[in-house]
Ligand binder design. Structure first.
Ligand code: GDP
Ligand code: IMO
Ligand code: MG
Length: 411
């Protein structure tokens, strides 16, 4: 079976949506396995801009079936709005995926309002949804098969939290949408098994990025799911081993939205110019993204955890004219040079990045379509990443449009 997973290796927003949409042309199924509408995946197609939050980024191609796994957390209001321009017959949603309600959004806002808990979430109710799931009191999509049952379970949950919103009005408003959604709610593991038997190809799309992983990211400044495709087995109900290739997406520099340690961050006229040229503002919340140099220490860890077999470097066009151009190769921590990410956020805040400086280039890369045509200095920057990370760079993205992509041949 042809399969490929796409995973962000930094703090999200690496350009996963653009790549997933571009590659979806050659896949039958596009499958999101975790996260919710905290994600914002930007796709340009047919002269239009789409920002996808819950829907897999294959939905723009009419031939694809787009699957949302049990590892996802789904806000029904958000899904209804997002589905408007698309066809519901292209969508399949796991009957085991969890539902985000106004209560979840309220709990998220409560935690963010408390100085000791604030981490700068997207306020979409993501953390509470995974908390309630692990606490075994969450609501799942299967509850929607019977509106009375859904109402009863929702009332129980609201009562448990003393949350006084009107359940009747909420369910009544959503009922027409729930009825439309029902045929799409399926056992995703069985669906994928049948698709595999038919020889259909599968593109797996991770949301967020490896440094936001609940276990392996910069805890507690992380999201509450596992962006790694190694968790796709649990998040979809399929055996390990179905994913033969994992493409790690690396933005040519680093960005982060929300709070938390960020060793290579800098804020000056260079980072501000990057922010404006690349429009580095959150696709979900509009917050300005923090900017930093590329960090190979974090990338090295991310590659291992995510099982990355090859790389795509994105937003490479943005580095033209960036000076000084630096890559972090190590951290200095407690008088030692280290190549691993300290587990405690306070320790990670204390590290000093050790940099290698590279020659910059001025040429516009956005119309380049072959590796050979790249400036010499640009190739040196890429070669250093490839040799240090020991993974081939297969794709270089030089703009937001589908065609702004260089495929690198490694023959
Ligand atoms: P995602 O969350 O990983 O899908 O990434 P986002 O969509 O949140 O952020 C990536 C941003 O960069 C979006 O505005 C994309 O349109 C844009 N983008 C993606 N690839 C490139 C690229 O190679 N060059 C430039 N200049 N922009 C890109
Ligand atoms: P995509 O898929 C960037 C960040 C939030 C916050 C932390 C926890 O577009 O790459 P949450 O709402 O998940 O509880 O917030 O995670 N975050 C993202 N940052 N891109 C994303 O998704 C993100 N999803 C969550 O800013 O710091
Ligand atoms: Mg994004």
């Amino acid at each position: 079976m042809k399969s490929l997973a796409i995973v962000g290796l930094q703090f999200g927003d690496e350009g996963k949506g653009k790549l997933t949409d571009t590659f979806a042309a050659n896949f039958d199924l596009v499958i999101r396995y975790q996260g919710g509408n905290n994600a914002g995946h930007t796709v340009y197609a047919h002269g239009k801009k789409y920002v996808l939050h819950l829907l897999p980024s294959g939905i723009i191609h009419a031939h694809t079936i787009n699957v949302m796994g049990n590892g996802m957390v789904i806000d029904l209001d958000a899904l209804e709005k997002e589905l408007e321009p698309f066809h519901i017959h292209q969508l399949r949603i796991s009957d085991r995926a969890h539902i985000i309600t106004p209560l979840h959004r309220y709990l998220d806002a409560q935690a963010e309002g408390n100085a000791s808990q604030k981490i700068g979430t997207t306020l979409k109710g993501i953390g509470p949804a995974y908390q309630l799931k692990a606490g075994r009191i969450g609501l799942r999509m299967s509850s929607l098969m019977n509106v009375d049952r859904f109402k009863f379970e929702l009332k129980q949950l609201y009562d448990f939290y003393g949350f006084n919103e009107d359940v009747e009005a909420y369910v009544q408003r959503l009922t027409p949408f729930i009825q439309r959604l029902r045929p799409a709610i399926v056992d995703v593991g069985s669906l994928l098994e049948a698709a595999k038997e038919k020889g259909q190809s599968m593109l797996f799309e991770g949301a967020q990025g490896m440094m936001l992983d609940l276990d392996h990211g910069t805890y507690p400044f992380v999201t509450s799911s596992h962006p790694s495709p190694t968790s796709a087995a649990i998040d979809l109900g399929i055996p390990q081993g179905w994913i033969s290739r994992t493409l790690g997406v690396v933005k040519a520099y680093t960005t982060r939205v929300g709070e938390g340690p960020f060793p290579t961050e800098y804020d000056n006229e260079v980072s501000q110019s990057i922010r404006e040229r690349a429009h580095e503002y959150g696709a979900t919340t509009g917050r300005p993204r923090r900017i930093g140099h590329l960090d190979l220490v974090m990338l090295k860890q991310a590659l291992r955890v995510a099982g990355v077999t090859e790389l795509a470097v994105t937003l490479f066009d943005i580095l033209s004219g960036v000076e000084p151009l630096k890559i972090c190769t190590h951290y200095r921590f407690q008088e030692k040079e280290i190549m691993t990410v300290p587990a405690h956020a306070d320790d990670l805040k204390q590290v000093t990045p050790v940099y290698q400086t590279f020659s910059s280039w001025q040429e516009d890369l956005s119309t380049i379509r072959t590796y050979e045509a790249l400036p010499k200095a640009a190739k040196a920057y890429l070669r250093f990443i490839e040799t240090t990370l020991k993974r081939p760079i297969r794709f270089i993205s030089v703009g937001p449009q589908r065609e702004q992509l260089i495929e690198v041949s490694h023959d």
